[in-house]
Design a protein around this ligand. Structure first.
Ligand code: ADP
Ligand code: MG
Length: 616
């Protein structure tokens, strides 16, 4: 019998491996940069031509390689980074698979030049499609240079998949950005077709690095993160205040043990931390570094190491979400959420030293005149930030006489407007109502528009949430109990959740069969459409038991309840009613969005109005 099975030749194995690791020029740049960083380089230059398709040159000043290593590095599974399986679970380097160089060599024309500190001279070796063509000693400075020409020259099918130069260059830029963010102390330069695209010097802090990579003005909108949990979990980095949001996750940079990773668990946790603070479809700017015992995370689940697997996913998730939430809280956007009281409860204590955005404000008077310990600064800062990023960024935002409200008034519109009200919204000068839906106000020189429906929803949501978490949602007894008839499934569901419903402020009594008597509802809601609401709430409750985080499902319920009985658009409000609504806004929260993610307020600076009339 003839033998059918054969062991593949080494070079073919390398070409196959290259298919996994080397997808495009940017993958080459990533592998080469990681090697340079692992070699302890302090200065790395990346020089590419034609989007990296014609040539990629990476030069570093790292440890370099001696003669034997220059040859060995091209062998498959040849690595200096791990020796045994225990090393695999305690990785400290970016590379470890010993696959990159043989893969690159198999699909390009590669020249390796390297010199280690110990060696008297350097070595140069030229490989074409995986075959060594030339090698010899050469006078070289310490460090390594890798030159990759004509990527995929011998695999035309793959070459066809490459995109336009600009597209490939874009991917390369992303790779350099990610690695440069993780290594502020290393100098990175990127040159394309002889033109310098990026040149970041050695920097001391992440903030400086973020500034030079993503833009300096952005740094002022970032908050520092620094937290640790038992078991060696650590999170540090920078996250944006909610106002500095983006339309995609392209500025979300997350790293695990120094490695850029786009992980599902981490991303979810991050967005969980921002929940209700960003409009729908908007994302924060983030450079976050998670440190975790390497034994508790497996990075070897994907050849390009872009994915990981955590031993304890839940702990990591909750740690990140809570840290992000806590970091955002003092920034003012969350100032009163979860604690705000409108029912006589104590007002939240001013948070101990509020966090400063990392950058120094450039001559921005409103921020500078603010003293640190005063709780009302959160308000000013939040609104200042809001105004700066949502309106004309150049126009200074005047936030006058801001003060945090002390008393707790009922949620229903108070008719008296005589009390002295000095919160931001209360300080707005009301001009009137537009289309029975928007409250028009003047704030200094600016025109401010408040969406009455969104505002009311936000108020209701925060109040309900606060009351629920304090364990007493205020109820209002119905004058005439409402009898509600459900189908069999609905009745069973309600029966099961009577306790939960009670905590949410409903008094529902089984009345025999599939019938219930509704005797009281949350006071904030009034009795409008109680039947439909109770049905929807019951369905929501069902989800709590079945899926994901309870917090999330509960929030959905509060949203549902809050938007049930609010001031709708298209409702005429009197001047005192408008003033009362604004006062309520001061009391609950300073987030600029309703819980559905629509903005509550927007600002039109005088300059913009003047431009409309071609005055300036
Ligand atoms: P890995 O990084 O997984 O070890 P590579 O194929 O990327 O595998 O590299 C093989 C080996 O070559 C590395 O382990 C390292 O010893 C050496 N090497 C590669 N690039 C450099 C460099 N820029 N400086 C010093 N040594 C290098
Ligand atoms: Mg490597």
């Amino acid at each position: 019998m003839t033998q059918k099975i054969q062991i593949l030749p080494e070079n073919l194995c390398n070409q196959i491996a290259a298919g996994e690791v080397i997808e495009r020029p940017a993958s080459v740049v990533k592998e080469l940069l990681e090697n340079s960083l692992d070699a302890g380089a302090g200065d790395i230059r990346v020089d590419v031509e034609k989007g990296g398709k014609r040539r990629i040159l990476v030069v570093d000043d790292g440890d370099g390689m001696g003669r034997d290593d220059v040859f060995l590095c091209l062998e498959r599974h040849a690595t200096s980074k791990i020796r045994s399986d225990t090393d695999l679970f305690g990785l400290k380097t970016l590379g470890f698979r010993g696959e990159a160089l043989p893969s690159i060599a198999a699909v390009s024309r590669l020249t390796v030049r390297s010199c280690s500190a110990a060696a008297p001279e350097g070595w140069e070796i030229y490989v074409e499609g995986g075959t060594v063509k030339r090698a010899g000693a050469a006078g070289l400075p310490r460090g390594t240079s890798m030159e990759v020409r004509d990527l995929f020259f011998n695999t035309p099918a793959r070459r066809k998949f490459l995109r336009r130069d600009e597209t490939e260059l874009g991917h390369i830029g992303e790779v350099v950005t990610k690695l440069a963010l993780a290594h502020p102390q290393v100098q990175f330069r990127l040159v394309h077709n002889g033109r310098s695209l990026l040149d970041v010097y050695r920097q001391n802090t992440l903030a400086e690095r973020v500034g030079s990579l993503l833009g300096r003005p952005l740094v002022r909108e970032l908050l520092p993160v620094e937290a640790q949990a038992p078991g060696g979990l650590k999170l540090r980095g920078l996250i944006s205040q909610p106002a500095a949001n983006r339309s995609s996750t392209s500025a979300v940079y997350t790293f695990i043990n120094g490695r850029y990773v786009r992980d599902r668990v981490v991303q979810h946790a991050l967005l969980e931390g921002y929940r209700h603070l960003l409009p729908n479809g908007r994302y924060p700017v983030v450079a976050l570094f998670l440190e975790i015992d390497p034994a508790l995370v497996d990075v070897n689940v994907h050849p390009t190491k872009h994915e990981v697997r955590f031993r304890d996913q839940r702990t990591v998730h909750d740690f990140i979400a809570a840290t992000v939430r806590e970091t955002l809280r003092p920034s003012g956007w969350l100032a009163a959420s979860g604690e705000a009281g409108g029912d006589g409860g104590p007002e939240p204590e001013p948070e101990a030293p509020r966090q400063q955005a990392v950058g120094t404000p450039v001559g921005a008077a409103p921020q500078e005149t603010v003293k640190k310990e005063d709780p009302r600064h959160r308000v000013r800062e939040a609104l200042f930030t809001y105004g700066r990023s949502h309106a004309n960024p150049a126009a200074p935002v005047v936030v006058g006489r801001s003060q945090v409200q002390e008393d707790g008034a009922p949620f229903v519109f108070p008719t008296a407007d005589s009390e002295e009200e000095t919160g931001f919204f209360a300080s707005l000068e009301i001009i009137g109502q537009y289309r029975n839906s928007y409250i028009l106000c003047q704030d200094g020189n600016d025109l401010v528009l408040v969406d009455q429906h969104a505002a009311h929803e936000r108020i209701g949501f925060e109040r309900l949430k606060a009351q629920y978490h304090r364990g007493r949602v205020e109820r209002q007894a119905l004058l005439f109990p409402v009898t509600l008839e459900f189908d069999f499934r609905g009745a069973a569901l309600l029966q099961e959740h009577l306790g939960d419903l009670e905590r949410l402020g409903f008094d529902l009594e089984p009345f025999g069969g599939n019938t219930f008597a509704l005797k009281a509802v949350p006071r904030l809601l009034g009795d409008a459409e109680s039947e439909r609401l109770i049905r929807e709430v019951a369905e929501g409750l069902e989800k709590i038991g079945r899926r994901g985080p309870v917090e999330e499902a509960l929030d959905d319920l509060f949203i549902l309840m809050a938007c049930h009985n609010v001031v709708r658009a298209n409702q005429r409000l009197t001047l005192p009613e408008m003033a009362a609504l604004l006062r309520e806004l001061d009391r609950v929260d300073f987030s600029a969005h309703c819980p559905h993610g629509r903005p509550v307020m927007t600002r039109l600076p005088l300059g913009e109005v003047e431009r409309m009339f071609k005055r300036s």
